[in-house]
Write a protein that binds this ligand. Structure first.
Ligand code: CDP
Length: 217
């Protein structure tokens, strides 16, 4: 039977790396819900409008966000534009939590996410997957790591993409985003009691993938 696997956790916990590899091993589809909120933030910046809540909601209503397979890789599209790389800039990251706390934005994205998961065979990662998007998911995992390790991972990721950001700036950015995501009114980041807690501090990617595969049974 094709299962649904929900992976939640704070910024930099390694969700997307792990979810992608686990989906590959299981022959499932990987759904990166953060990328969808990032696409909305990208569009707001691209449109050059003032990032007020009203303008963000307006952009979200019009945007056509899609995750599409190009060859083996999942690419993120806003309309016809491939924004896979563009949604990872520091500017988008700085705006995304404001975008993600708005009810009308979440409603639209959650509906899309549920429709993508309706036939099972998906690994979905985000902040509210087990608690809200897929409360009946077969497997629920809460992935985390120490703040130091999460900041270091993000530093390496950004450096590989050509962004040299100071560690203290990245740490502050992650802490601010964790706070915004955990304290917002609508669908905050929470660990549901039935989710397996996986602290990945000090573990290799392979070790984490093995543990998650074990939980997927
Ligand atoms: O990869 P990283 O941990 O930096 O973040 P992401 O998964 O790309 O998500 C970016 C932002 O989108 C998060 O900080 C949340 O504000 C928001 N998000 C959300 O609210 N709900 C989700 N299911 C996924 C992401």
């Amino acid at each position: 039977m094709k299962k649904t696997v929900a992976i939640d956790g704070p910024a930099g916990a390694g969700k997307s790396t792990i979810a992608k590899l686990v989906a590959e091993k299981l022959g499932y589809i990987y759904i990166d819900t953060g990328a969808m909120y990032r696409a909305v933030a990208w569009k707001v910046l691209d449109a050059g409008v003032e990032p007020t809540d009203d303008n963000i909601v307006d952009v979200a209503k019009k945007i056509d966000v899609r995750l599409r397979f190009v060859g083996d890789a999942v690419r993120v599209f806003a309309g016809d534009t491939d924004v896979t790389e563009a949604i990872r800039t520091p500017e988008v990251t700085a705006l995304v939590s404001q975008v993600a706390q708005l009810g009308p934005v979440r409603e639209k994205m959650v509906e899309l996410q549920r429709s993508m998961a309706k036939d099972g065979g998906v690994v979905m990662d985000g902040r509210d997957i087990a608690s809200n998007v897929l409360p009946n998911a077969d497997v629920k995992i809460f992935l985390t790591a120490s703040i130091e390790e999460r900041a270091l991972r993000r530093w390496k990721e950004m450096k590989a993409k050509g962004y040299e950001e100071p560690m203290d700036k990245l740490t502050a950015e992650i802490e601010a985003r964790d706070k915004a995501d955990s304290t917002r009114t609508i669908s905050p980041l929470v660990r549901v009691p039935e989710a397996a807690l996986l602290d990945t501090t000090g573990l290799t990617i392979d070790e984490v993938v093995q543990k998650v595969m074990g939980l997927c049974g």
